[in-house]
Structure formats: structure tokens, C-alpha cells
Design a protein around this ligand. Sequence first.
Ligand code: BGC
Length: 449
Amino acid sequence: MPGLLFPEGFIWGAATSAYQIEGGHDSDGKGESVWDRFTHTSSKILNHDTGDIACDHYHLFEKDIALMKELGVGSYRFSISWPRIFPDGRGKPNQKGLDFYRNLARLLAGNGIQPAVTLYHWDLPQKLQDLGGWENREIIDDFEMYARTVFEALGDDVPIWMTLNEPWVSSFVGNWYGGHPPALTDFPTALKVAHHLLLAHGKAVRAFREMQMKGEIGIALNLNPVYPASEDEQDLAAARRYGDYNNGWFLDPIFKGNYPAELSGWLSERLTLPEFSAEDMSLIHTPIDFLGVNTYASSSILHDPGDWPLQLRSARTGKARTHSGWEIYPEGLYDLLQYLHAEYGGIKMMITENGAAFKDRLEEDGKVEDDERLVYLYDHISQAHRAIRDGVNLSGYYVWSLLDNFEWNLGYSRRFGLVYVDFATQERTIKKSGWWYKRVIENNRLVAG
Ligand code: BGC
């Protein structure tokens, strides 16, 4: 059979996150999250969309597992809503919240689908935000308590764990660009938040080991392949700064025990860095089992003296773009994996998110012919294969996303799913890319569309 064969046991998955699909925003004792508050009060969400109902997965999860079974998905990456478990951020856990995820994990396992759980995909309990959120160092203990509670409840049913999803986004989009809650625009605060997130990650990993959990634990980072916009010295340096900022700021502490030296030096000439004690760095450096790579687009970077404090910006290239406006450059995935492999000592990796938004339409014949997504996925999976062939330790690939869902500031206007969701009726339709992905999984081989 033609097509690229993947190693035996390669994990083929699909991913979602709690706030983006669950709905049930106040069901069964769930507390308010920062995203509930933000969507209800901020003007920063397109069409004032909210996740109150989203894909109503909280009530339709059995139907969604049946869809996954139909697709043949080997693993499902989902996140836990922290305020479903701790409605008040602290205190007594909400048993109904734990039951929901236990039922979900068991039904998945019963259908031969490995649950892959992310503890935190941005939906902080509002009650903790009221105490200062990630800016307040006390949150590290709150996160540890939450992690221990979830490990205890789901430990027997979940083989794959991730502490955080994209702490770069929580730190910088939330506290520097002001796009996500708490919508601040203060760079030093963003650095402090990043440090606390990394510490919380380290604490959860230590708890996981102490509790002798079976299964593996890692973290999902948003990582971009970075290219200088020209060979100009200043652009080369700007591209290095961007790489340190977007990728290295989280990778280096976790895998090397320190923040990137060049960027730390640059920043400390322009602002006061938070204190990073040796004890903190050693906690963050706690060994993990795998790196989750979330990756969508490449970045071409140039020097921009007007930009404080990083003095850089993205250059526009002629490359095609997705409906999110992100550059499509599949070879970037290969470059990124090779870079991570070389820089971080051959670590085990999984692509925990990759995918694209396109303008999908449900046709009158009931079909969604999303050829652009199919080609995007084909090209990226083919680069993943090339990386494996060249020695990269890549053990899985998760499409973002299983379902069309709430795309944060862009509400329901951007569709990423393998499955089309009609948000008025909650009807699901497997797209052409979904049927194609099913054949890839069945054959453990990249087949043509
Ligand atoms: C996030 C997802 C998001 C996706 C597409 C990632 O940054 O983890 O929650 O929907 O990208 O934007």
C-alpha cells in the first residue's frame, strides 16, 4: 500500500479544551471561571459569543465519544475545568465535577480511546482571580491541591497527563497584550505570571511522582518555528529574541533549569526582572516524560526599534494563510521538531495540537468538503513523518480540534474541527478531513485524500 507508514503504536488523536466545548457553565455546582466572567462582561469577544453552551459537550459527551469511535481516534486530549472541581478555587471539591470527568475517562477507555488530560487550559476559577490569580504566588499551592485531587480521582483511568496548556498565552496574551483575562498590559507582570505558572507546573509534576501515579506527565507549549526576515544582523538578533521569548522562555527553565541568557540580559537592561531563585529553578526543572508541542504556523521576524521591550515584529511573507490569518508552512513543523530534538537532548515529544481554521460550509447534501484542511493536515503529518525518519522521538499527533468550537476572542467564527458543529441544533457532521483522518488512523499510514 502506498503512503508513509508510521511506527507501530504511534498515537493518533484529537484534542479539545473544557471551556471551548463543554457548555454547562453553571451546571452541577460548577463555579465561575475567568472566561465565564470575561465573555459576559468584556467587549473583546467577537459577536459577544460566550462558552455558556458551546458544543454542549457536558451533556452530549456520550455522542461525542461515539463520533471518536467512528473516526477511530486512538487518544482524546481534553482539559479539566478547574472551577468544576473547585467552584470556589479552594475548599471542598465538587464531587459532581469529578464524576463527570471520571465517567468521561472510563467511557473513553471502554471504547479503546486513551484519555489524555490537560489540567489547565486557561479557565481559572474566578474566585482565585479575585485573590490575584497567577500574579499571586499563593496560586501555586492552589494548583497543587487541584492537581492532587484530580490525580487521585482519575489516576487509574488516565495514562497521559499534561499540567498546563500554553502558559505563554496565559502569561503574555493575558497580561501583556490584554486579549485574555485578566486583560492586563504590563510586561513585568506577564513575566511574574509566567514564573508562577512554571512553578505550579513543577509542583504538580512532583506531586504526580510522589503519589506514584502510573502514566506519563508532560506539558503542552505553543511553539513556533522562527525565521529571520533577512540576513541583516539586527533581524537575526530579533529572530533569536523572538525564539527565546515564544519558545525558550518556557522550554529552557523546564529542560535546562534557567531562563534564556541572551533574552534575560536584554530584558534586564530595560526592566526589572522578577526574582528567580535557585530553588524555584530547580522545582521548574523537575524531569517530565514528554513535551507536548502545539504548533500551527511559522514566524518571520524583523527588528523593530519602536517595539518595547522586545524590539521586534512579525514580517509579512507571501505564504498562504488560514482563516485565522496564520502562515501555512508545513516544512516549519520539520524544522521545529529537529530544533527541539537537537536543543533539548532528544526528548520524547507529541504534537498535542496542530490544525487550521478554514471557511467550512455544510452543503445541502449534508457534506462538508474541507479540502483545504485535509491538505493542511496531510502536509503537516508528512513533515512529522520526515522528522521521525530523521531520528526525532515523536510518539503521537493530535489534531486541533475534534469539534468546531469556541475560538476564544473570535467566538464561533473560526472552525477548526474534524467534525462540523451546527451551534443552533448541536448537530455534528464529520467533515471530509475527518473521514480522511479515519483512513490514516486505520492504516497507521499517511494516505492521499
Ligand atoms: C489553543 C487552543 C486554540 C487553538 C487555535 C491553541 O493556541 O490551545 O485553545 O483554540 O490554539 O487557536
